[in-house]
Ligand binder design. Structure first.
Ligand SMILES: Nc1ncnc2c1ncn2[C@@H]1O[C@H](COP(=O)(O)OP(=O)(O)OP(=O)(O)O)[C@@H](O)[C@H]1O
Length: 290
C-alpha cells in the first residue's frame, strides 16, 4: 500500500471542510483530486503531507504514519511557489534539499537537465517567470526519486508546450514506479494522464475510474437517418437519432469502418463531429453546472 487515507475530518471554526475522507493508492498510478475553489483540495493535501493536522482520521504512507519524518525520504510534495526565496538561485534551492537528503550533485544536475532548467539554474528566483518557478518546484519535488509524489496544481501557469512536457514527465516518472496524486483544475489535461479521479464535493469524496465514463461519440449528419440507424444499430454500442442527426457510440469501432458501412449502402454522410465525454462532462454532472 502506498497511501492509505482513513476517515479524515477537518473543520475551520464552524465550517466543516472535510467530512470523512477515505481512499487508498495501492500501486503506481496518477490520481487527480478535483473540485471547485474552496472545496478543500489543498487542505487534504496538506493533511496528507502532515503540514496541518486533521481533527480526526489517519494517514499511512508506505506502511508508516505520516507523522513519522522518515517517510519524507520517499514522499515529495510540490507546493505553490510561495515557498521559494527570491534572493536565492534555483540551484541554491536544489542544493539545500540535496544536503538534507544526501543526494549527490550529479543526480541534482541530471534532474535539472531532464526538466530543462539548466540554462537559468544559477539565476536568482526573483527573476523567474511563473512557468520557470513551476519547473523549479517540480525539479525540487522529484530529485529524491520519491515513491509518492503529491502535486498541488502542477500545470498552473505553464504554456501548452511546457504543460505537454510536464505531462510526459509525470507519465515517465509513474511508469518507473512513482504514484502521483495531483490537484488540478485542468480537466482535459487530467484525462490525458490520470486513471482515476477523486471529486471533492461538499467535504465528501466521489472516487471514479476515468474508464467508467470516458466515451468517444460521433454525431453524423446523414441523408437517410432511419436506414443508417438500423444499419449501424447492430454493430455499435449505441445509435440514436437526436436533433435530426445520428449519434453513435462506436465502442472501439473506428470511424473509417462506420463510413465504409454507410458507403456500402449508399448512405451519404454530409458532416461528422467527434465528441469526447471525459472528466469535464462528469464534473458538470457532479457539480450540476448548466
Ligand atoms: N487556515 C484556514 N483558516 C480558515 N479557513 C481556511 C483555512 N484554510 C482553508 N480554509 C477554508 O477551507 C476551505 C477549503 O480551502 P482549500 O484551500 O483547501 O480549498 P481548495 O479546494 O484547495 O481551493 P482552491 O481550488 O481555490 O485552491 C475554504 O473555504 C477556505 O476558505
Amino acid at each position: 500500500m502506498i497511501l492509505d487515507v482513513k476517515d479524515i475530518r477537518k473543520s475551520y471554526g464552524k465550517q466543516q471542510v472535510l467530512k470523512g475522507i477515505t481512499f487508498q493508492i495501492k500501486k503506481p498510478q496518477i490520481i487527480a483530486l478535483v473540485g471547485p475553489n474552496g472545496s478543500g483540495k489543498s487542505t487534504l493535501l496538506n493533511i496528507i503531507t502532515n503540514l496541518i493536522s486533521p481533527d480526526s482520521g489517519e494517514v499511512t504512507i508506505l506502511g508508516k504514519s505520516n507523522r513519522n519524518p522518515e517517510i519524507f525520504k520517499e514522499v515529495s510534495f510540490m507546493q505553490d511557489n510561495s515557498i521559494l526565496y527570491d534572493y536565492l538561485t534555483g540551484y541554491d534551492h536544489l542544493q539545500f534539499i540535496g544536503d538534507v537528503q544526501k543526494i549527490p550533485k550529479k543526480q541534482i544536475l541530471e534532474t535539472a537537465e531532464k526538466i530543462g532548467i539548466t540554462s537559468y539554474i544559477h539565476k536568482k528566483v526573483g527573476k523567474y517567470s511563473l512557468g520557470m518557478k513551476q519547473h523549479l518546484l517540480l525539479t525540487m519535488a522529484i530529485i529524491n526519486n520519491p515513491k509518492l509524489l503529491i502535486l498541488d496544481e502542477p500545470l498552473n501557469g505553464l504554456d501548452p508546450t511546457s504543460a505537454i512536457k510536464v505531462r510526459n514527465l509525470l507519465l515517465e516518472i509513474c511508469s518507473k514506479g512513482t504514484a502521483i496524486l495531483l490537484s488540478s483544475h485542468n480537466l482535459g489535461e487530467n484525462d490525458r494522464v490520470t486513471s482515476q479521479i477523486l471529486f471533492l464535493k461538499e467535504g465528501n469524496l466521489i472516487e471514479e475510474d476515468i474508464s467508467q465514463y470516458e466515451e468517444t461519440s460521433y454525431i453524423l449528419t446523414v441523408k437517410d437517418l432511419e436506414r443508417a440507424k438500423n444499419l449501424l444499430g447492430k454493430e455499435m454500442k449505441k445509435v440514436e437519432i437526436n436533433n435530426n442527426k445520428l449519434e453513435i457510440v462506436p465502442n472501439g469501432i473506428p470511424l473509417s469502418k462506420i463510413i465504409s458501412l454507410l458507403d456500402e449502402e449508399q448512405i451519404e454522410v454530409k458532416d461528422i463531429e467527434k465528441r469526447i465525454r471525459g472528466s469535464e462532462e462528469r464534473y458538470q454532472e457532479i457539480f450540476m453546472i448548466n
